[in-house]
Design a protein around this ligand. Structure first.
Ligand code: SPD
Length: 426
């Protein structure tokens, strides 16, 4: 006869994969899997992701429970395997060690509820059972998972369902497609939100149409980055376009978006598009001078593969590749988030294109930190995006294409500069 009611294994998993330690869906799957592997009957599980890092959760089993708390920043998980009956919790231990990629670990096994110390009561539990049957928990299954895009002082968090459609470490970055409650599926590169199904039109309409209507008859366009496909989708709505060359460094982003974000990656089959998977910085080093009406730099933030997209050399090469009358539009960061990158980019563009030839367009993206975002321009020749003659054409275009952000008023209004922004870039 057993000398105790339960068996408790207290586990330290160390040097685990930090990404797994922060992935609530994977941890829940593995903890439930660990219980099943050991032959337990799973009753329920509840898992929670803490912002910015950490996961806690419990799997309730007929034989008791498995619980976890993780510290991804230390690659550490504290796990309790509490069982009663014949279940062998060491099977769960071995399984989790593999799942978490734990390079070191320790465990202490304790007997709980020593029968030498306990006295058994005989009592009638029938009324208690009846009360329990009346109680219903409407949130039987809870999961509270947040994705956070942040710097040291500021963050934007989106609650997501825990559904992970895609999670691959490419040679350049971690590419993920997750499902948010408010904005639908979203593309995240490393830990930054790039685009979401529900607000992508803010960004993609504003990166394309103000420049296209300023140029009026742009034929040859170069897009650097833009792997989700939203920018080329918008550019290719214009009939004047004869050719779009898109150079995206990370083919994994393109493939993921084609599969999981098809409404954004909607124009990759267009015959006017030449898609090059390669380094846009190198591409521009050898680009022919006087070639493009419009160059769009739809890069990510200035960390990782996009860092070189914020350099003087790169924008000098862009200027050379533009025709005598031509425009550059670059993803310009935020005057309220990456202020330094925002200011430095504007100084760079003023230096290369001229002081009055580097206007800033501001627009609103709810899923980017601070919400206020910018495109920064470099203008060659006699073009002015604030003075355009094509109001009627814009109205007809907006109507026909069903645009949801851009219109003729936004064309002018987005170039209005708030005073605090003027002082940042004066
Ligand atoms: N912090 C977000 C910066 C935006 C980068 N580009 C988004 C890609 C959309 N095509």
């Amino acid at each position: 006869m057993s000398i105790a009611l339960g068996n408790h294994i207290l586990v330290e998993f160390m040097n685990c994969d930090p990404h797994i330690m922060n992935d609530v869906a994977a941890i829940e799957r593995d903890m439930v899997g660990a219980a099943q592997k050991a032959g337990a009957t799973v009753i329920n599980s509840t898992f929670h992701h803490f912002s910015p890092y950490g996961v806690s959760g419990v799997v309730v089993i007929q034989e008791s429970h498995l619980a976890i708390h993780t510290w991804p920043e230390y690659g550490y998980a504290a796990v309790d395997l509490f069982t009663c009956g014949e279940m062998d919790a060491w099977i769960s231990f071995d399984f989790l060690k593999e799942c978490f990629g734990a390079k070191s670990y320790s465990a202490i096994e304790l007997k709980r509820g020593s029968l030498n110390l306990l006295t058994r009561n005989n009592f009638d539990i029938s009324t208690m059972r009846q009360k329990a049957a009346e109680w219903r928990n409407p949130e039987f299954y809870t999961r509270n998972v947040w994705f956070t895009d942040k710097d040291a002082d500021q963050a934007l968090s989106l609650r997501f369902t825990g559904e992970v459609f895609f999670d691959v470490q490419s040679p350049f970055q971690r590419v993920r497609i997750l499902e948010s409650y408010k904005y639908g599926k979203m593309l995240a590169l490393d830990d930054m939100v790039m685009t979401t199904e529900q607000d992508e039109f803010h960004y993609h309409e504003m990166i394309s149409h103000p420049a296209m209507f300023t140029l009026e008859n742009a034929k040859n366009i170069l897009v650097i980055g833009g792997g989700d496909g939203g920018t080329v989708r918008e550019i290719l709505r214009h009939e004047s376009v004869e050719k779009v060359t898109m150079v995206e460094i990370d083919g994994v982003v393109i493939d993921a978006c084609k599969e999981f974000l098809p409404t954004i990656a909607a124009a990759f089959d267009n015959p006017k598009l030449e898609l090059i998977v390669g380094d846009g910085i190198d591409f521009l080093k050898s680009a022919k001078a006087n070639s493009y009406d419009l160059i769009i730099v739809d890069g990510s933030d200035p960390v990782g593969p996009a860092e070189g997209l914020f350099s003087v050399e790169f924008y000098t090469n862009c200027r050379n590749a533009l025709k005598e009358t031509g425009m550059l539009v670059a993803q310009g960061e935020s005057p309220k988030f990456n202020e330094k990158a925002f200011i430095e980019l504007n100084y760079t563009l003023q230096g290369i294109f001229g002081k009055d030839k580097a206007p800033v367009s501001l627009f609103f993206v709810p899923t980017y930190p601070s919400g206020m975002w910018s495109f920064q321009y470099g203008i060659k020749g006699d073009l002015n995006p604030k003075k355009i003659n094509s109001t009627e054409k814009i109205r007809a275009f907006v109507e026909e294409k069903g645009l949801r952000y851009y219109n003729d008023e936004v064309q002018i209004g987005s170039f209005a500069t708030p005073n605090f922004v003027k002082s940042l870039i004066k």
